[in-house]
Write a protein that binds this ligand. Structure first.
Ligand code: GCU
Length: 619
């Protein structure tokens, strides 16, 4: 949604709230918007909530019998009413309680052999009790559901969400009751040409309620979203806003305190419930070397929210990237949200920590979280550890660039990613695409998406990973037309793996038609951990290491290179990788195996990063 639309939306929302003043009834959030990315409960971890994580009853429903009648019409008596057989002659052909169960959060593919390849509908059902209080509001919040979620509370549809990797919530105040409640979710993860991502991907299409679910309790009018942006390279000036949600949100006093810098600022909301603020202080800026976070408190009436906020600036200057006004080289690694040691989706903070500790052990100051928004836990822990982040939406390969509905999907996923993570200092890059084919429809689609991203957040750099380099008089030349619209140009190049011999790569030279920084966003090759042989034997660790050694040598000859995030930290499941004895459904480009065992190239990259830190290799 562009800023203009947002303002229009706000005006109508303000009118709606104004209308409510006379109406005195509180319209439930979900009647205002179906998980509109603009309405977002910021910082749910710090709110009063009931967790719905744990074992849920499920029904596997490949024909979507629980949703459609035999005439393929949406049923009013679908599985979401959880019908119980009361009379001996009653016909009820499903039963949640007697069926299998799945753990939430978690994908279903790695929880059940029968669901390994499953790409359709699974119904989830959970009972919960609630001590519903007068004057309070209740939201059901999902960290992520892949791909489409239709949510029912006490047999009533409360909302629909599409997109497998971003959080969403619905106001269920009017739907929950005091004491026993029922939540049913229809989860469907079909791959479709007009979805994002589209039909062909190179990762496992894990379906399910893959991140945590909770019931959040708030006051009738409360702090639901806020933003802090550091506005100049010395980091002294911070601008921000706080958005209240509720019928009494206009002209209210909000207090912002940061005790460590003796900041206490009061500000008033406007008629839309938004309060702006700005302060000038001598701050310790966040950086990988010193990931400084300040305790921030926001208060309205009895509602108080705390968060840990880092302050820093990021900018480009010609071919350079400046963090807090200083040139920085991004020593990175790409990471899929694949659980270490066991595969499947990452489901908890401990698994995030394992992956991030491996990146730190490697000598990284940067991670590319591919190819979709990872969990907020992953980003927050990376922020505490001093890891800069490239975050992206899965506009991957051949989405339907000519389809306006697909562009809207991309807008929504971009908004939801930015809305959720806009206060994380370590995120410096929003990426809008990965390896998309260079044609007119794609450039039109992506330039709109880039403009949308800048509207939503002009404090960060916009990038995309491009794989359309051309050969010109012996140089690999970056001239993809999209480059003119990006701040930083990501380049995926697999010299020695998808073309050429590893030993030729060190002689490859690059040209950039744009005076912009480049990040080698992917490079590398595969190896089966523990398979050894000669450097010319594909799948051996020695072959992979020859790819790394020669490509890393090549990087030192790219004058406009400002970072690298080789592909990839760990082996990961992908249906594109069936080679028996070697792949067995795993993409083997990891520097660490799916069992957590490091390959030779882990140490080659670690050594390369160490030499950069010591100044023995200069970029
Ligand atoms: C591509 C793509 C990755 C993929 C990788 C590979 O560059 O961006 O998603 O996994 O190459 O082929 O292993």
């Amino acid at each position: 949604m562009t800023v203009y639309l947002k303002k229009q939306f706000l005006k109508s929302a303000a009118f709606f709230c104004f209308f409510l003043l006379f109406n005195s009834s509180i319209k439930s959030q979900s009647t205002l918007n179906q998980s509109d990315p603009f309405y977002y409960l910021q910082n749910v971890e710090n709110r009063s909530s009931i967790s719905l994580d744990g074992r849920w009853d499920i029904i596997v429903d490949p024909l979507e019998t629980g949703f459609y009648s035999y005439r393929f019409q949406e049923r009013k008596d679908g599985f979401f009413i959880n019908q119980q057989m009361k009379e001996p002659d009653e016909l009820v052909e499903y039963n949640f309680e007697k069926g299998p169960k799945l753990s939430v959060p978690g994908d279903w593919n790695t929880q059940s052999e029968k669901l390994y390849y499953y790409e359709n509908t699974v119904w989830y059902k959970k009972d919960f009790t609630l001590n519903k209080k007068q004057g309070k509001r209740y939201f059901i919040h999902f960290g992520a559901v892949n791909y489409q979620a239709i949510v029912y509370v006490n047999k009533k549809k409360v909302g629909v969400h599409e997109g497998g990797y971003t959080s969403f919530d619905f106001d269920v105040t009017d739907f929950v009751t005091n004491d026993k409640n029922l939540v049913v979710v229809k989860v469907e993860n079909k791959r479709k040409a007009d979805r994002i991502p589209t039909l062909n991907i190179d990762w496992w299409n894990y379906g399910g309620i893959t991140r945590s679910v909770s019931i959040i309790e708030t006051n009738e009018t409360f702090i639901y979203d806020y933003s802090f942006i550091t506005n100049n390279k010395n980091g002294e000036i911070v601008n921000g806003w706080v958005q209240l949600n509720g019928i009494n949100s206009a002209n209210k006093e909000v207090t912002i305190t940061i005790p460590e810098i003796t900041l206490l600022q009061k500000t008033k909301t406007d008629k839309t419930g938004k309060a702006t603020f700005s302060f000038q202080k001598n701050l310790t800026l966040w950086s990988p070397e010193n990931p400084k976070l300040y305790e921030v408190k926001l208060k309205y009436d009895e509602d108080e929210i705390t968060d840990k906020i880092g302050f820093r600036t990021i900018a480009v200057n010609g071919n350079d990237i400046l963090l807090n006004g200083k040139s920085i080289f991004l020593r990175g690694i790409s990471i899929h949200e694949e659980a270490p040691f066991k595969s499947g989706r990452v489901t908890n903070a401990d698994e995030c920590r394992v992956l991030l500790n491996w990146a730190k052990e490697m000598g990284c100051n940067f991670i590319r979280l591919a190819h979709y928004p990872h969990s907020s836990a992953m980003i927050k822990i990376a922020e505490e550890m001093g890891l800069l982040v490239w975050s992206e939406i899965p506009v991957y390969w051949t989405v339907q660039f000519e389809n306006p509905a697909v562009l809207q999907l991309a807008y929504n996923q971009l908004d939801e990613m930015i809305t959720r993570d806009k206060n994380r200092a370590n995120i410096i890059l929003w990426s809008v695409a990965n390896e998309t084919p260079n044609n007119e429809n794609r450039v039109t689609f992506l330039t709109k998406l880039i403009a949308h991203a800048r509207n939503a957040d002009n404090s960060r750099l916009i990038t995309a990973a491009l794989d359309t380099q051309t050969e010109e008089d012996g140089f690999k030349t970056i001239k993809d037309p999209l480059g003119q619209y990006l701040d930083v140009i990501g380049v995926n190049s697999y010299c020695g793996w998808y073309g050429g011999k590893p030993n030729d790569c060190k002689n490859m030279r690059w040209k950039n038609t744009y005076t912009k920084p480049m990040i080698m966003s992917e490079m590398g090759g595969g190896a089966l951990q523990g398979l050894h042989g000669k450097e010319n034997e594909r799948w051996t660790e020695e072959y992979q290491d020859a790819v790394y050694k020669n490509n890393l040598e090549m990087l030192t000859h790219i004058p406009f290179l400002r970072g690298v995030s080789p592909w990839i930290l760990t082996d990961f499941l992908s249906p594109r990788r069936p080679l028996p004895e070697i792949q067995n459904d795993y993409n083997r480009k990891g520097l660490i195996s799916n069992r957590g065992i490091k390959k030779k190239s882990f140490y080659t990259l670690q050594n390369f990063y160490e030499k950069i830190v010591l100044g023995e290799i200069k970029f």
